[in-house]
Design a protein around this ligand. Structure first.
Ligand SMILES: [Mg+2]
Length: 380
């Protein structure tokens, strides 16, 4: 299965796409904070004997997948979402550690509390990643770069872990910037430099451009941001549908998507195109697992509960079906979501034709009861 970009309903390839609209542009200061090799770093923090060694969080079992890899493991080409068997082959000394999601969740709450000292405009993407709109911030600080520095220093002091940050005038560029100086670094992209930064960037690195879209762009002769910028809006809509306006905008360093701190989102979804059409249940179930983890992680990070699960299936001929199930109360654990997906997926096999894409979305969302402050938790 290919790695698709995250798609949380509000992301470029999601359903709630922002249209390209220059009029709604206003100067903003966005910080994207991203913990470095988060799960693996937590394990190395808590188990000193793992420090300096190649660590993969996940199950070494035949069907297992790497959830996170330490930087030592990444040097061998190990990365998240890689089958554990492949990871072990690339790095024979790789040490597998079982994930401890309760610990990751507690750390996530600690970093969230630090963000909240600066702005209420926080949009978490997962347990370890968030956009902050600091245009107007609670400390009345002028310089977003200084805010990012302070936040990273506080994260280090509070959790013992490092974070990287990207600072820019929109979400797309802030996200791209946070990758530039990883680990434990930060990078700013100013309005003056944004367009040139995008022009030199290969489209495969773009947030919102997954492997399937990358391939399609390459076939159309679009390799870099500069190539993308040469295309007309009509051309991009013709070839990329509702993502066309988004691509048109980001090719110019323009992205008007707002940081959404609200928890009134109607649905949360992720989808992924298989590298080869799938005809049997096992690879389909395997392929859907990262999507389950992605949407569940998003709900966890945002204290959202969900009652309705929708499975989307797109076939090789591009025909599409959806199957939904609503449970009486918000699902308490990821295992419940996995069960529902199994129930929705199994009856579709054997399929009439190959399956090209699977999607998972959650709706009938509700806010979970507020959790205890992290400091309180530690005091106990
Ligand atoms: Mg991260």
């Amino acid at each position: 299965m290919r790695h698709a970009p995250p798609c949380h309903g509000h992301e470029p390839d999601g359903s709630q796409i922002m249209t390209y609209d220059q009029d709604s542009d206003r100067p903003r200061k966005i910080v994207h904070v991203d913990m470095d090799a988060f799960y693996a770093s937590v394990e190395q923090r808590d188990n000193p004997e793992l420090r300096g060694l190649p660590v993969a969080v996940g199950s070494p079992a035949a069907r297992g997948v790497v959830a996170a890899a330490s930087y030592e493991a990444r040097a061998f080409g190990v990365h998240s979402a890689m089958p554990s068997v492949t990871a072990q082959r690339k790095c024979p000394d790789l040490i597998f550690v079982r994930p401890r999601f309760d610990v990751y969740k507690a750390v996530s709450l600690q970093i969230r509390a630090i963000f909240a000292e600066y702005t209420p405009m926080i949009e978490p993407l997962s347990l370890d990643e968030a956009y902050l709109d600091v245009t107007e911030n609670l400390k009345s600080m002028e310089i977003a770069t200084e805010i990012a520095e302070e936040i990273r220093a506080k994260i280090k002091a509070t959790t013992g872990l490092t974070a990287s940050a990207g600072i820019s005038y929109n979400k797309f560029l802030a996200k791209m910037a946070s990758d530039q100086k990883k680990p434990d670094g930060q990078f700013v992209i100013t309005p003056k430099h944004g367009p040139a930064f995008v022009e030199q960037l290969p489209v495969k690195k773009f947030h919102g451009v997954g492997p399937a879209t990358t391939e399609k762009m390459h076939r159309l002769g679009i390799e870099t941001g500069a190539d993308l910028k040469e295309q007309t809006l009509e051309f991009l809509i013709q070839h990329f549908g509702k993502s066309g306006p988004y691509f048109y905008g980001i090719a110019r360093g323009i992205d008007n998507r707002q940081v959404k701190p609200d928890r009134v989102r109607k649905s949360v979804g992720a989808e992924d195109t298989f590298s080869q059409d799938v005809h049997s249940y096992d690879p389909a179930r395997e392929g859907v697992q990262p999507l389950i983890e992605k949407v569940w992680g998003y709900c966890e990070a945002n204290e959202i509960g969900a009652k309705t699960v929708t499975l989307k299936v797109k076939y090789a001929d591009f025909s599409q079906i959806t199957r939904s199930k609503t449970v009486p109360a918000a699902m308490p654990a990821i295992a419940d979501l996995e069960d529902v997906i199994g129930l929705l997926l199994a009856p579709l096999f054997p399929p009439r034709k190959g399956i090209r894409l699977l999607g998972v979305s959650l709706s009938s969302l509700e806010q979970r009861a507020p959790v205890a402050e992290p400091q309180l938790r530690l005091a106990f």
